[in-house]
Design a protein around this ligand. Structure first.
Ligand code: SAH
Length: 394
């Protein structure tokens, strides 16, 4: 199969050759032919001196104009190709997990640029976040049917990143019917998720291992779970033997799921929830001289773009300070950052500063990222977005 040619500008092929999967529009010869290609079309990338390099999915309207899908210049992007990529992603998860609850496809890192698939048993939730994946929708849905025979396939195509690709925002059930919450199993606990109305795909699988570790720190103590959403950390802590857990989030929908999940696991007595702004709650708890043996803070991205980096870093410092004040003597702090613009070292520095501001010292027990069903693309630091730090506080 010969795809339309797109030429890199002279000298712009170094990153691609080093393994990076993206070409920005200012690195490509955007002539009239290129500009008139339909968004999502497969193209063959050529170096400035005319040698074929890779096949990419092209979008003339996006800053990320080409996303490499294969280095095999003779490949055809068809049903078989899509199914092989998804089957490879599935084999990896089946090796990692005993039960069918995981992120099945993590975009670029799984060779499917812009595609996220989360699996909740026989309910599969997709996010098609690039024009290339949007064009492949039909093939993706059919491949998932062949590989998993799921009862339901949901397309959560409402992520704001789709706007950067010129794609409409919508949520749709592509196969089957779904009018309710789904159950998932994580670290031996049953959680409820809402794939249609919840955040993102309905569940944050990336924190699985960090929840398990936090649960070990919770034993016998009083726990505060800030930015709790549907209680992922809160329930893990309760099941891990916490005496009492207070979960705070500004989303009532999330907290309702947390309460329902607590009931489902017989943990209702341990869990209290409060719908509140996290910083307001931190202030009120400090004024009230409350102390917790374990404080967990898993906020949304404070630095959503490079421009927000400085205020974002200040936000993490302030969060660490406010949480640090509330940790009881010989307690623990778990603090996470999901801003892909914030490097791990910068985040750790701000947390350290915040703890000093609070007059607290401690030891760093563990520095972790997302679980292995969220593999990183080796040449794309953004794909290692999650940082989670565990401190033992003096
Ligand atoms: N800890 C959760 C995931 C958190 S996602 C888990 O383990 O699944 C981030 C959460 O922060 C979202 O649920 C969002 O509702 C909440 N949030 C965002 N801004 C907030 C604020 N200012 N105060 C309280 N919660 C906030």
């Amino acid at each position: 199969m010969r795809y339309p040619p797109i030429h890199l500008l002279p000298g712009q092929d170094r990153r691609l050759r080093a393994g990076h999967p993206w070409l920005y529009s200012n690195e490509l010869r955007m002539d009239a032919a290129a500009k008139s290609l339909p968004p999502g079309e497969p193209v063959c990338l050529f170096s400035g001196d005319g040698r074929p390099l890779a096949i990419a999915l092209f979008n003339p309207h996006s800053l990320i104009a080409a996303r490499v899908i294969t280095r095999n210049k003779d490949a055809t992007i068809d049903a078989g190709f899509v199914e092989r990529r998804l089957a490879r992603a599935l084999r990896l998860r089946e090796r990692l997990f005993d039960l069918p609850y995981y992120r099945l496809a993590h975009a670029e890192a799984d060779g499917l640029p812009g595609l996220v698939v989360d699996r909740f048993g026989d309910v599969v939730v997709c996010q098609l976040n690039s024009a290339g994946m949007a064009e492949l929708e039909q093939l993706i849905v059919e491949a998932l049917e062949r590989l998993l025979a799921p009862r339901v396939i949901v397309l959560r195509n409402d992520s704001p990143v789709r706007e950067l690709e010129g794609l409409a925002l919508e949520t749709r059930v592509a196969r089957g019917e779904l009018d309710d919450q789904v159950e998932l199993v994580e670290n031996d606990l049953i959680h409820l998720a809402d794939p249609l109305g919840g955040q993102k795909t309905g569940w944050y699988y990336d924190q699985r291992d960090n929840r398990a570790f936090a649960a070990r720190l919770a034993r016998g103590g009083r726990v505060l779970d800030l930015y709790s959403y549907s209680g992922g950390f809160a329930l893990a802590a309760a099941a891990g033997g916490a005496k009492a857990v207070l979960a705070i989030d500004r989303s009532q929908g999330g907290l309702d799921l947390a309460l329902a999940s607590a009931a489902r696991n017989g943990l209702s007595e341990k869990l209290a929830v409060e719908r509140q702004d996290a910083f307001a709650a931190l202030e009120a708890l400090a004024a009230d001289k409350q102390r917790f043996d374990l404080v967990i803070a898993d906020p949304p991205a404070f630095a959503k773009s490079k421009r927000d980096l400085k205020p974002g870093l200040r936000g993490y410092r302030k969060l660490a300070r406010s949480c640090g004040v509330l940790v009881a003597e010989a307690g623990f702090l778990v603090i996470a950052c999901c801003s892909h613009n914030v490097p791990a070292e910068a985040f750790a520095d701000e947390v350290q500063r915040g703890l000093r501001d609070a007059g607290r010292g401690g030891r760093l027990l563990r520095q972790a990222g997302a679980g292995p069903d969220h593999p990183g693309h080796p040449a794309l630091p953004e794909s290692g977005y999650l940082k989670c730090l565990f401190y033992a506080i003096d």
